[in-house]
Design a protein around this ligand. Structure first.
Ligand code: ADP
Ligand code: MG
Length: 204
């Protein structure tokens, strides 16, 4: 279970601090709801370890995350942008999520192909990210995140710029992750996303 307890944070010079407090069971999704600028991305950055809280705790399955560096946390994040390495082709970008040294098994290579197929990008392993549209890049980032198989997936407006049909497919992939026991924290403006994916809501 993800437990965020009295997590306080403010940017330098900011008067009022945020205090985030909620918990989510394995296999469930909490949607973070709030206007632009309300702190959704800030919360995801705190959980991922890119920002340091003033006080409060974050635990996953009873294990505190505070002392762990971002790369040590059992978490995968999909940000609003800048998810891909521009100098590496699509398959390599996804493969790096599976093995940092790219020592991939035959099964993992197959998973990459299948992930691209299921996200509507069959055979898209060799293009460079710069040759893809914004929506295609976002799908590559989602496929990589899903294939990493971490217990906690942080999603920041993950469906922005996707066609309705692609959104449908990507939501189906995320529902499968939930069924597998992955916990999702979803920042999204999209009511449909929240309706389909979320079990709980946290209003900012
Ligand atoms: P959201 O994702 O809900 O749109 P953010 O978490 O990005 O909101 O931002 C919340 C607030 O914090 C905004 O008012 C924003 O201007 C401010 N903010 C975001 N990043 C920084 C930063 N690095 N330094 C200072 N203020 C920031
Ligand atoms: Mg944001």
């Amino acid at each position: 279970m993800l437990e965020v307890k009295h997590l306080r944070f403010r940017y330098p010079g900011q008067e009022a601090a945020w205090e985030f407090h909620f918990s989510v069971l394995p296999g469930q999704c909490i949607a973070i709801r709030g206007a632009s600028g309300s702190g959704k991305t800030t919360l995801l950055n705190l959980i991922a370890g890119f920002l340091q809280q003033e006080s409060g705790t974050i635990q996953l399955s009873g294990r505190p995350l505070e002392q762990l560096e971002p790369w040590q946390r059992p978490i995968t994040s999909v940000f609003q942008e800048h998810n891909l390495f521009e100098h590496l082709d699509v398959a390599t970008n996804i493969g790096l999520g599976l093995h940092p040294g790219l020592k991939l098994t035959q099964d993992q290579r197959h998973l990459i192909d299948e992930g691209l197929l299921r996200s509507g990008l069959p055979g898209f392993g060799s293009p460079m990210p710069g040759d893809l549209s914004g929506g295609q890049r976002q799908r590559v980032a989602l496929v990589r995140a899903i294939l990493r198989r971490k217990p906690l997936l942080l999603l920041d407006e993950p469906m922005t710029g996707l066609d309705p049909e692609v959104k449908h497919n990507m939501r189906a992939l995320l529902l499968e992750e939930k069924a597998r026991g992955v916990t999702l924290v979803l920042a999204s403006h999209d009511e449909e996303d929240r309706k389909i994916l979320a079990d709980h809501h946290w209003n900012l």
